[in-house]
Write a protein that binds this ligand. Structure first.
Ligand code: MN
Length: 432
């Protein structure tokens, strides 16, 4: 087996979707009203899995697996677990491998490839629940420093993975415009006022989709946590900071967060990320060890070396044809808590996680300046962001587009990517 595909666009060194990746998504052919289909990204094409099942190209795989490829969302496939996911991945790899199929199979598969530009991506799953964590200590410390310079980290941070329950209904796919929300904020004159947010921010995050569920009342041992992770995507957890700071005490985020959350369309499996596993974040001397239920049996590969980038372009930049500007770069391996710890902690009280539930890491920030995963953190540096046009940004303005990207690269240059997660801010609606 090789790492090259006969789909030649997949072999370009900068392609996000080489044979090693094979992320899952849900698409419709543009302009068609027929049911959505599951597909796998390869180069600049999508392999239609529904058609593969119809054409007998998945024959010999277990029936529930073939049936899950005919669904219009990924939830049935998510339910089946790692052995089924591996079997499907092996089959798809064989079908697309440059060394593999016979000319006859290849020409049948070729007929089932849809150019990405002719496809409209859909939400990949029915998302029943959405939980957002706070797993980056760099983010927590920088935001804490704004409010409590003498004591940035709250005393619970190093013991318990902090999270809040988000809203699943307002999760949208990359490309959907984001309306500036109205909300309540503190007012020095009237106590409080109601208007369009003046502090709209993005948050660079990674999402994980849950696979097989744990029954209500049962927990997930940390050694099994990754068996419950179907794959990862990018998440932009849009935030209205002025609303947030007014409403968050004592119960946590609410309307400042739930007006919209954008996710990227392609879900990258942990199997595809296997070559990029690294040791978990090393806790500095003096930090408490995680409690036993959160202690991973395999800390040597609990992290993932995944570079995460935020790009921004303004209306003015697009008018003059300027490329989106890179405004931060971080890495998933800098998280204080591993993905397994998030899953295990979430289920540790018996809370049932279900196929298609989305857990997000929280803003991923790094230790350095230029690795702040949101604009709020850039305020710690004190300088507003300066765009190539000379425009300054403390928070997002109408017309601004935020694009998140992620990729991993091996020393030999092999790369896999997540595609992009984009959203453009639209003006607030008229007064309600
Ligand atoms: Mn968040």
């Amino acid at each position: 087996m090789s790492s090259t595909s006969w789909v030649t666009s997949a072999n370009h060194p900068e392609c996000d979707f080489p044979l090693l990746n094979l992320p899952y998504g849900v698409f419709r052919r543009a302009g068609e009203t027929s049911a959505a289909r599951i597909g796998v990204a390869i180069g600049d094409r999508i392999l239609d899995l529904h058609a593969c099942a119809e054409q007998g190209l998945l024959a010999d795989l277990p029936d529930p697996l073939i049936a899950s490829c005919r669904a219009d969302v990924l939830n049935p496939l998510m339910t089946l677990g790692p052995a089924a996911w591996s079997a499907l991945r092996r089959r798809l790899t064989a079908l697309l491998d440059a060394d593999n199929p016979c000319a006859e199979t290849r020409s049948r598969v070729e007929g089932l490839l849809v150019p990405m530009r002719e496809a409209q991506m859909q939400l990949p799953a029915r998302i029943g629940g959405y939980t957002d964590f706070y797993a980056s200590i760099h983010h927590a410390a920088r935001v804490g420093r704004l409010f409590r310079p003498e004591n940035p980290l709250l005393p619970n941070y190093k013991y318990v993975p902090i999270a809040y329950h988000g809203r699943a209904s307002s999760i949208v796919l990359s490309g959907e415009p984001i309306r500036r929300p109205w909300g309540q904020t503190r007012s020095s004159i009237n106590g409080a006022e109601f208007g369009p947010t003046q502090s709209l921010d993005y948050e660079l995050e990674v999402g994980l989709f849950i696979g097989p569920e744990n029954a209500l009342g049962e927990s997930i041992p940390i050694a099994e946590a990754e068996d419950h992770i179907f794959g990862l995507c990018l998440v932009n957890d849009w935030s209205a900071r002025d609303m947030q700071s007014w409403e968050y005490q004592p119960l946590g985020p609410f309307l400042a967060k739930n007006f919209a959350t954008t996710i990227s369309p392609w879900i990258v499996s942990l199997e595809a990320l296997e070559p990029f596993r690294v040791p978990a974040f090393e806790r500095p001397p003096g930090d408490p060890a995680p409690l036993p239920y959160l202690t991973s049996p395999a800390p040597a590969c609990a992290g993932i070396d995944l570079t995460l980038e935020v790009f921004l372009d303004s209306r003015q930049m697009r008018q003059i044809g300027a490329a989106p500007a890179l405004v931060s770069r971080g890495n998933l391996r800098d998280l204080y808590w591993t993905l397994s710890q998030l899953v295990t902690h979430h289920a540790s009280n018996g809370c049932n996680l279900r196929p298609g539930d989305l857990l997000a890491t929280g803003t991923v920030s790094g230790p350095n300046e230029s690795s702040e995963g949101c604009l709020l953190e850039k305020r710690v540096a004190g300088e507003p962001l300066c765009l190539p046009t000379g425009e300054l940004r403390t928070f997002l303005e109408d017309g601004d587009q935020v694009i998140l990207r992620a990729y991993s690269r091996l020393p030999d240059g092999q790369k896999i990517g997540f595609g992009s997660c984009a959203g453009t801010i639209m003006e607030a609606p008229p007064a309600p």
